[in-house]
Design a protein around this ligand. Sequence first.
Ligand code: G3P
Length: 496
Amino acid sequence: MIKQDRILAIDQGTTSTRSIVFDMNGQEISVARQEFPQYYPQLGWVEHDPEDIWRDAKTTAQEAVERSGGVDRIAAIGITNQRETIVVWDRKTGKAIHNAIVWQDRRTAALCAELKKQGKEELVASRTGLLLDPYFTATKLAWILDNVEGARARAEKGELACGTIDCFLLWRLTDGKVHATDVTNASRTLLFDIHRQQWDDELLALFNIPAALLPEVKDSSGVFGESTPDLFGRAVPIAGIAGDQQAAVVGQTCFKPGMAKATYGTGCFVLLNTGEKPVISQNRMLTTIAYRVKGKTAYALEGSIFVAGAAIKWLRDGLHLITHASQTDDMATRIPHSHGVYMVPGFVGLGAPHWDPNARGLICGLTLDATEAHIARAALESVAYQTLDLVAAMTQDGGGTADTLRIDGGMAANDWFCQFLSDMLQAKVERPKQIETTALGAAFLAGVGVGLWNDLEEVASEWQRGALFEPQMEASIRKGMIDGWHVAVRRTLSQV
Ligand code: G3P
């Protein structure tokens, strides 16, 4: 009999979908990826077509399995996903009733402001660990119910289902047999009490969401259901689910309190493991569930920056300064310093610690000798400065001081950026050998779910360092640069 010792991870991100088959050493056996269209129906609105998402998840998964030599050795499937993005679909047909509203979408900013005015933020924060910001799911879900004809009545009758992207994919993979999500995804909706770990009736009432829409919430690891046999030639258990940032915590094996990771995708998300007890932030960081495995929960403090890699994408697609992201490494190295040029990438408002949906982007400090290299470097630097702001806030919150930050995602491949980040943080920056940490985390969870590993401790030995960066910059230079950054940020905020 052929040994089943490989795992398929489906990583459904904001701009692309990747499927990767891993072996038990965390090595990539095969990969397939696909970018998909973004829809911007109005200023500040961002939507995805759920059919694009399903098509790409299915075809990339089938391709990756095929390229790995077939389904025989695949023991389990893990799913990881862009978080907060919401789909509502018809339970009978499985068809979505509206495009998915994406986490970056700001259409509910006014509703959030109104609820804040009514003094509801404290209730929301104390139950969910989150804040009243359009970033999270609940107001987007309410928007769909209020704007698609008949949706609210149908939701109340139990004819509709809703879910974050993991939940929608699970439904499709199991052909509508399973309507479930995991705690990490549930913890981003504004509807889930992260302490009692259940949907919260008071919050459902506040956001006017019928309970009949909601999925069952489970551990991040364990069998959720089986894929229909026609997809891969036989049924495969889906045994791990986590939101992408939480999956990266697992992929980076940050299992001990005080360990932290930063993932540089479209945005940047720093998560600091705080152990079994949730730490409540005094600095507008989020408290979130990092993972729940075998009933045991690990919490994290999270800092979310909405624009990281997206700033580099803007240099390419908006400004046409570069044709490939990797050029920014050379451009930044070419000039001795940033020359006082700063970019604050508030393209979709600013996330933590400012939470200002109305802030907008800025480039400042320009002189006649500034070149495209200064702008590219300012974009890279802005991501490091924002990471520093998050780490500083978490340290103040008493979440533990991470003397090392493990990083992953696209920008982690840029050596100049990694060194600058280490200089700004005054901390070691570690880059793993396997940079697709998010998918790897989903694979680890699924592997534990079917017993390939007994527990996360066993998984921890799979992590391998690829590169280490240590601080080198002189303290006075560093301080001057950081002060300049804070002046620039203040100029972008909407209420100063
Ligand atoms: O919270 C949003 C986050 O999950 C999106 O991640 O990797 O698609 O930028 P990413």
